[in-house]
Ligand binder design. Structure first.
Ligand code: PMP
Length: 426
């Protein structure tokens, strides 16, 4: 079933460390799968196996692979020149659109989620005159030194809850950076409050408002409001990392859903339906400090016309109420169907998230609230289920911490096929 993928993997290992260009794309079982084509909500691998794609590139593909109104505009712009080292009108237009949808005052562009969160953190440090940042266990903000702590560690390596050990993701992070990052369990009011009372050099708290890197866990009632209030009390910049949730859980992101306004927000993924574009922004009092001889920000590819055009075309589609209705109705049927099968088979589970981005864990727990709870979840069972789904043409991620993503191109027929495969798998 995977002969060509296996052959490619052997070849790849001679040119790419571990056989791929991202550590997150390498699979032990059944093997690392090489993709030949992606259309709508579907993938075809090099061996000709077809899958309904619920990973969607780790979330960016909100409309569908190769969505026509986006790709046609990209084709046109790529013939006109896409980078000039001078500003263009489109960057103003997309900034205005992001401002209007997400209620921020000022926006700057970047190319990846990592870049967006990295810039946001530096701006927060410069604004506050302080150096440390709080990040939460099980959250991921990108592949760079400051944020590569306690992302996907074994839970037992994290130490006791009220005095967490920071676990770097691999080596190479300078010792002095360790001192500038504080990791905390998410959804815990008391521990964070104690930490902030103790340490007065905290510039920023960065959080995914919904834990898109831990099975789409939701904030506890009042938790985001608590973060807002405690940041105000201690003069800390609150950053919502909306790289996964932005333009996916709602047009206005987490603020629209939860009514809590952070100081800064970061976006990437769904903003461009898969084309590389990212943005960070926030209140004028903070973002207004970026500029020549003030806070640095730039980038050769920042605001390039491929990314901006993709964002413009994607926002055009997302702005239509009908696209959201479809996304939510397909996602709801899938969540409902999976829930019914699990209940019918008397399998203990928790399911959480939004119809466009949801997850489930096999567990006896009533709720999974944060990374540490996942130690009580049955990963091998989930992996086994995923292998069976793959055999039957359905591709979620093998790790339950990576949510199931929906795109507008998914259909009720895809849902039906998925649920049939799910019944078989379970
Ligand atoms: N923030 C969040 C919440 C993410 O999920 C990710 C990527 N999964 C990033 C930042 C980093 O984005 P990128 O991979 O585009 O650098």
């Amino acid at each position: 079933m995977y002969e060509k993928s296996k052959e490619l993997y052997v070849r790849a290992c001679k040119a790419l460390p571990a056989g791929a260009t991202s550590n997150f794309r390498i699979w032990d079982e059944p093997c690392t799968i090489y993709i030949k084509e992606a259309h709508d909500g579907h993938l075809v691998d090099v061996d000709g196996n077809e899958y309904i794609d619920y990973r969607l590139g780790f979330g960016p593909v909100i409309l569908g692979h190769g969505w026509k109104s986006v790709s046609e505009r990209i084709k046109k712009i790529s013939e006109e020149g896409i980078i000039t080292a001078l500003p263009n009108e489109l960057e103003i237009r997309i900034a205005e659109r992001i401002k209007a949808f997400t209620h921020i005052d000022l926006v700057r562009f970047a190319n990846s989620g990592a870049e967006a969160t990295m810039h946001a953190l530096r701006v927060a440090r410069a604004y506050s005159g302080k150096e440390k940042a709080v990040k939460f266990e099980g959250q991921y903000h990108g592949m760079y030194d400051y944020m590569l702590f306690s992302t996907y560690p074994p839970v037992k390596s994290l130490g006791i809850r009220n005095n967490p050990i920071k676990v770097p993701a691999g080596s190479g992070i300078p010792g002095c950076i360790h001192d500038l990052v504080i990791t905390q369990p998410w959804n815990d009011f008391e521990i964070l409050e104690k930490t902030l009372k103790r340490d007065r050099d905290i510039a920023a708290i960065i959080t995914e408002p919904v834990m898109g890197n831990c099975g789409a866990l939701l904030p506890k009632e009042g938790y985001l409001k608590f973060l807002r209030e405690i940041c105000d009390e201690y003069g800390i910049v609150l950053i919502f990392d909306e790289v996964k949730t932005g333009f996916r859980i709602a047009m206005g992101g987490a603020e629209e859903v939860y009514g809590v306004k952070p100081d800064m927000k970061t976006f990437a993924k769904a903003l461009g339906n898969g084309y590389p574009i990212a943005a960070f922004g926030g209140i004028e009092e903070i973002m207004g400090n970026i500029g020549p001889e003030k806070i640095s920000h730039g980038g050769t590819f920042a605001g390039n016309l491929i990314g901006l055009t993709a964002a413009d075309a994607t926002l055009d589609e997302l702005e239509k109420g009908s696209t959201w209705e479809k996304l939510f109705s397909t996602g709801k049927s899938l969540m409902k169907g999976i829930r019914e099968i699990l209940e019918d088979k008397k399998i203990s589970f928790t399911m959480q998230g939004f119809p466009t981005m949801f997850g489930f864990f096999f567990t006896e727990l009533e709720h999974v609230w944060e990374l540490r709870d996942t130690a009580q979840c049955d990963y091998p069972r989930y992996e086994k289920m995923q292998l069976s789904l793959l055999e039957n043409g359905v591709m979620p991620d093998p790790d339950p911490r990576e949510p199931w993503f929906l795109c507008a191109a998914h259909t009720e027929a895809d849902v039906k096929k998925t649920l049939e495969a799910m019944k078989k798998a379970l």
